[in-house]
Each structure stands twice: as C-alpha cells, then as structure tokens.
Design a protein. Sequence first.
Length: 311
Amino acid sequence: MKLYPYALPLATPLRFAGQSLDQRHGLLIKLERDGHTGWGDCAPLPGFSHESLAQCQSALQALAAGQIDEATLPPAARFALDCARWQCEGPRRLNLPATIPLLVGTPEQQLAQFDALTTPPGEVKLKLARAPLEQEIALVYALLERQPKLLLRIDANRGWSAEQASHFAASVPPAALRYVEEPCANLNASLRVAAQHRLPLALDETTQVADYQYESLPGVRALVLKPTLIGSLARLQQLVQQARLDGVEVVLSSSFESNIGLTHLAHLAAELTPDSVPGLDTLAPLGADLLEANPWGLAKPVITESELTPL
C-alpha cells in the first residue's frame, strides 16, 4: 500500500455544515496485486464525516503495519481501501450515468447556473435553507417559469424549522418535487411535515450516523447514501438491498471527492442502483484532476503520480 496526500484548489469556496473550504484535501491509496493496480480516494468531508483526514492517515498507516484490523478503519479510509481492492479485481467499462445538475450559492447564483446549462435538464438539485425562505420559494417559481415540467431535488441539510419547512411545502407545487432531503434538524419534525403536506421525503443525514440501520418509515421515498461516509462497500450494498425490498429508491451521492473517487462512485451507481440517477455533479469546483483526465469531459490540469509526494 502506498499513500499520497493531495490538496486540490476549489474554484469557489464550499460552504456547508458551518464549514468553508477553499481546498479539498484527501489521501490516495495505491494497491498493486497480481499485476493489477487499484486506486482509492480517502476524502472525509469536513462537517459531515466524523473522522478527520489525519485520523484516516494514521489508521491506514497502522493497518499497513499490521497493527489494526481493517474493520476498525474510519469510514472514508475503509471506502477508499475497498475501492482500491475492487479496482484490483480487473478493469471495468464505465458507462457514465446521467447526472443531476447541482445548483449552489445564492438564489441569484443558482438561477444563473441553471441559465448557463447548455441542455435544459429534466431535473435539478437545489441547495436551500441558505437564504431567506421567500427568496428560495421565488427561486423555485423562477425555475418552473423557465421549465414548467422541471423536477426538483431539494436539499436543505436540516436547515429549516418545522414551521419553515411547512411553509415551503405549502408554497410550492407538489408535482415539482421529486423529494426533499430532511428539511428539519429533527427527523421526527421532518416526518410530521411530510405527513401533513404529503411531502416526498428523502433521508440523508440520518443515514450518516455510525450505527445507522435501515428501517421503513412512512413518507420516506428515497435514501441518499454517501459511500464516503458509510465506508464498507459490503455495508453499502446491504443498505441498498434492504431499501429496494421496501420499494424505497436509493440515490448514491458524492462528497466532493476527486475524479478518482467520483469515478468509483459512478461504477458503484451503475452496479448497485442502475435505475436511479446518482448525485455526482460535484467535480466542477475542483481545480485539477488526479492521475488521469476525468471521464466527464471537464477540462482540468492533471496531477500525475510523479507529481504527488508519497508518505
């Protein structure tokens, strides 16, 4: 195992969960086995991951030294290791899944991002609960004015009170909502709002707790799973299978990984959730690719292995 730390500049700072990032830090894992090479991207997301990058590095070094078992690795480190092993099994043909455009920033910025899309999408994801509620409701109507049949995935990151979430649900056309990811800080409050307004609900933050176990909940239409925060690919597969048995859609979602991590996520989405469009539109803010050009056609400088400094 070889470990390569990296820091990729961000075109615009990322602001979420009380964090502001102007660089994306991570750690590439390189494995070589039976003539095959596998890479994994260990990139815990500040504000969401429970572990730090330093903790992941220490754990991976301890694993390489035979001092700990891989079952004790932090989730981001375990995800990277499992992906590197998976790649070592042999090459996979990547059929890029469709992506949902992610609109971020102020309502004005999100509207400008939508207007800049070369092909009008059928669905977009909005990051809300970051501006006054009336402005965000106005954003929804401005988007629907441009494209009346547009479907919206709303992600408020638990940023609304129950009253605000109820007001939003009562103010926007229900037919425009694909789902709303946990609008309230309290899951029970989100479930009450969903029941009151027949709001299609998706679970996101709830799935990120260390001991999360799948359970069927009324009003929950989808699970949004971030593999970097879950860790083990076996556990990810189990959650997908349990949800699908209940008819609950599973959407794999990125955590602003590098092109290496994002490509693994695309492979996983194609294999585990082929009938669902994943949330992988997070590569644009990163200022460079690692090892090879990304398959999404975004023109970026490529940082080669020789330019990375191993630990």
